[in-house]
Write a protein that binds this ligand. Structure first.
Ligand SMILES: Nc1nc2c(ncn2[C@@H]2O[C@H](COP(=O)(O)OP(=O)(O)OP(=O)(O)O)[C@@H](O)[C@H]2O)c(=O)[nH]1
Ligand SMILES: [Mg+2]
Length: 342
């Protein structure tokens, strides 16, 4: 199989599946928008499109956005990374049956659609830890108790985990309270852990009819903490097949280490395993193409070096993209180059 064939196969996959689609659920003020911005490496608000792809004027829904009320059918796309499309469920923290039914129908329709471009690929459910005593309310009970995600993986995001610090301070032993600030801070994580464990949020979710696949703790995301990398890693790990994993891993641009990990595992290690077992191995060109499919800058790399689709060259790429991006691509190519020589 030629390099060009393998490249166009991946392009066909992208063409067929479109953007990686994520539904984010959670009560108002849970930190949903902040995490989406972090994933897309921006501080801008997303552009909003209706279910038919028409752009919506944000001023038309400004009042409702402020209250955290969004139409689950609307598509949110950040200009900084348009390989993702997000849906923000209407907050159903009050246990509103109407909102819940709408979200449930959305999940059922999008999970089962054969039109892959509209398919829902993952669900992120946010539970803020600033109100840990009320972490599981009616909305969580009905979502995890009555809403079949139809094999779409659900990841729980324990957002604002840093809020447990204030509660942990109250649990400090009297002798520890007199310690210098840094030492005092070092005593807090085990206490935060204790508070989190005693609330048994994960244990209660795990016993429900449709338990989440996994959870991540996110803290100080609004202050630039890099915890979102764990979310990216865990989401990739629970996706049901390699095509979806490739779409997700190559769509995200914030965790290049993850791209390297999947490229190494899925191409190099599995290739060596296949060669040992069957004696069959792909050509070098095809292996390289398979490797770059896991990287976000795949199109530019392939354009620049193999001129796939005749859309550019390396000089053009370097002059038209941000220098940091160019450095990442050069690093990717170094890794690939080393592997080629080896
Ligand atoms: N302490 C803390 N605050 C956070 C964190 N992430 C976000 N916030 C703050 O929480 C508030 C709400 O964040 P948003 O991202 O707007 O929450 P949202 O869920 O999109 O809210 P709605 O759109 O109104 O439903 C903002 O003031 C954020 O700065 C975090 O990790 N820790
Ligand atoms: Mg929001």
């Amino acid at each position: 199989m030629s390099t060009e064939n393998t490249s166009s196969q991946f392009e066909n996959i992208r063409e067929k599946f479109g953007r990686f689609r994520i539904l984010i659920v959670g009560r108002a003020n849970a930190g949903k928008t902040t995490i989406l911005q972090k994933i897309c490496n921006t501080t801008e608000n997303p552009e909003i499109y209706d279910g038919d792809g028409n752009k919506i004027d944000p001023s038309r829904i400004e009042g409702s956005m402020g209250r955290g009320i969004h139409d689950v059918e609307n598509e949110l796309i950040f200009r900084s990374n348009d390989k993702f499309v997000f849906h923000d469920s209407q907050g159903f923290e009050a246990g509103s049956k109407v909102e819940f039914e709408r979200t449930k129908k959305f999940i059922a329709d999008r999970a089962n659609t054969t039109y892959l471009k509209k398919r829902l690929d993952a669900i992120w459910y946010c539970i803020p830890m600033d109100k840990i005593d009320r972490a599981i309310q009616r909305s969580e009970e009905i979502f995890f108790g009555e809403c079949d995600p139809n094999n779409v993986p659900v990841v729980v995001l324990f957002t604002k985990f840093d809020a447990l610090q204030a509660k942990a301070v109250l649990k400090l032993a009297p002798s520890d309270r007199r310690l210098p600030l840094q030492e005092k801070l070092s005593k807090l994580p085990p206490l935060m852990e204790e508070i989190f464990n005693s609330a048994d949020v994960w244990g209660r979710l795990a016993k429900m009819a449709y338990p989440p696949k996994c959870s991540v703790r996110l803290e100080n995301i609004h202050k630039g903490n890099e915890g979102h990398n764990i979310l990216v890693e865990n989401t990739a790990a629970v996706l049901s097949n390699e095509v979806l994993q490739m779409l997700f891993v190559s769509a995200q641009e914030t965790n290049i280490g993850l791209c390297v990990k999947y490229a190494a595992e899925r191409v190099i290690i599995s290739g060596i395993g296949r060669m040992c077992n069957t004696g069959f191995s792909h050509s070098r060109e095809e292996q390289i193409c398979r490797l770059v499919c896991w990287f976000p800058h795949f199109q530019w790399v392939s354009c620049a070096f193999w001129d796939v689709g005749g859309c550019g060259d390396a000089d053009h790429f370097m002059s038209t993209h941000h220098p940091a991006l160019a450095i990442i691509v050069v690093c990717e190519l170094c890794i690939l180059g080393c592997w080629w020589l080896w």
